[in-house]
Design a binder for this molecule. Structure first.
Ligand code: NDP
Length: 449
């Protein structure tokens, strides 16, 4: 396992003691700090201005009550969060997650990652994240609407197109963004399109935003393949999850000539050697809000469904974890290596455990961290903000080309930076240092704030 630079040990110890029990946040901070040894050695000015300690402390953390009434007339209660982590580069930007596992430690890990990811895009956006422990699964659309309205009735006073611009994440898609924007508009009496991204195409949304995270991850892998004079052609790929990121990662892999042979949800996974039928998957997941087991039942004998074991036991050359944090562990990494996997790229945020990352690294599997590989989602959100600000809307082709160009540029920055700091080919080091230095320099320029 990588070790921390001596100068950074007290910084990490302070994060752990100031944020007790927030294990995902500790994990995310440690992973970045492990890359920063050569940076602090070269730039004493960062330590003098306590840049790293300040970066690890959110600028603002908001926690609020979200009461709402279910279809049976009972009062339900959830907790809402918004962590406005860092605004050195622009307004806070990052999604909202609705999932029962959400607590402050998850929101802070996601917000912390978001700072560096947003910096890597080269767009003027700071880092933030939010959400709730509300579980949309099994809830009617009317219940989801009432929840979103109550959530926004508090959140509206903290956000704005120049302040903080939320988007979707797990459990928050186009439907939820619609309800949230509707309530924002109602309570503020302003049609402020740029306050949320991921909006519908007929009311201020951008082409390609729905597809952006999945497409962007695959564009990033395409760059990795091109760098070794290879391509997706004929490659067998496994994608975990079957939500927004997973579906559009599968779509782009198929367009580029690869074959996705397995996908999953939190109940199990399906394997289909001839390739996942994307039209059916979209119908089951996007229209019917069904399960992967429903997809398998509809496909009949060509698909094998399993509710036990791990999707990472399915042989593949490229693995794209696109579900959730820490879903690919050490045992999974060993299986991938044994089966000849060559590339792992994170469509999700922090899906690979530190042990798994170290094992993949040691085995020579090329590894793209989420803050680089899945940055296409937030980059396209920034394009949505640009279109909103100029009252414009671009074509699908133009927007997709901008996304592809951004992913090329992030890939290039990662490799260039890794090389400059003596870790040639290491995307983790490249992404962390490139993301960090831009934010750190802006923080130095802005003074002690
Ligand atoms: P969705 O809610 O659309 O889909 C999430 C998928 O992951 C579902 O298939 C879900 O299955 C599965 N999943 C969620 N929790 C678990 C779990 N504990 N164990 C196994 N599977 C699980 O979310 P997104 O596709 O938007 O997000 C997926 C990941 O990508 C997240 O890590 C998110 O932070 C990251 N991301 C998303 C971006 C975006 O633009 N949407 C941008 C950048 C990163 P089930 O239905 O059973 O819960």
């Amino acid at each position: 396992m990588p070790v921390l630079d001596e100068q950074l040990i007290p910084v990490f110890d302070e994060v752990v003691s100031r944020n007790p029990g927030e294990i995902e946040f500790h994990q995310a901070v440690r992973e970045v700090l492990e890359s920063l040894g050569p940076v602090v050695a070269k730039h004493p000015e960062y330590a003098d201005a306590e840049v790293i300690r300040r970066l690890c402390e959110p600028e603002r953390q908001i926690i609020f009550r979200v009461p709402w009434v279910d279809d049976a007339g009972r009062v339900q209660l959830n907790r809402g969060f918004r962590v406005e982590f860092n605004s050195a580069l622009g307004p806070y930007k990052g999604g909202l997650r609705f999932h029962p596992s959400v607590y402050l430690g998850i929101v802070k890990f996601l917000g912390f990652e978001q700072i560096f990811k947003n910096s890597l895009t080269g767009m003027p956006i700071g880092g933030g994240k939010g959400g709730s422990d509300f579980d949309p699964k099994g809830r009617s659309s009317a219940e989801v609407m009432r929840f979103c309205q109550s959530f926004m009735t508090e959140l509206f006073r903290h956000i704005g197109e120049y302040t903080d611009v939320p988007a979707g994440d797990i459990g928050v898609g186009g439907r939820e963004i619609g309800y949230l924007f509707g309530q924002y508009k109602r309570v503020t009496n302003r049609y402020e399109s740029g306050v949320l991204t991921g909006k519908g195409l007929t009311w201020g949304g951008s082409q390609v935003r729905t597809e952006a995270t999945g497409y962007g991850t695959v564009f990033f892998v395409k760059e990795m393949l091109t760098a070794s004079r290879d391509s997706f052609d004929g490659k067998q790929v496994v994608v975990s999850g079957s939500g927004n990121v997973a579906i559009y990662a599968i779509e782009k892999v198929h367009q580029l000539g690869g074959r996705v042979v397995a996908c999953s949800d939190s109940d199990g996974y399906v394997v289909e050697e001839s390739g996942i039928d994307l039209d059916l998957l979209k119908e089951v997941k996007e229209l019917q809000r069904g399960r992967v087991s429903d997809y398998a039942a509809r496909r009949g004998s060509s698909a094998k469904y399993s509710s036990k074991g791990s999707i990472w036991s399915v042989p593949c050359q490229i693995a794209l974890p696109c579900a959730t944090q820490n879903e690919l562990n050490g045992a999974d990494a060993k299986r991938l290596v044994a089966n000849g996997c060559q590339i792992v790229a994170e469509g999700a945020n922090m899906p690979t455990t530190p042990e798994a990352t170290a094992l993949l690294h040691a085995a020579g599997v090329r590894f793209a961290p989420g803050k680089a590989a899945n940055a296409g989602g937030v980059a396209t959100s920034a394009l949505e903000m640009q279109q909103n600000a100029s009252r414009d809307s671009w074509t699908f082709e133009h927007t997709e080309e901008r996304l592809a160009k951004t992913m090329r540029s992030i890939h290039h920055r990662c490799l260039e930076t890794a090389d400059k700091y003596g870790s040639t080919g290491d995307y983790v080091v490249g992404a962390n240092i490139a993301g960090f230095t831009q934010v750190a320099d802006a923080m130095l320029a802005l003074g002690i704030i």
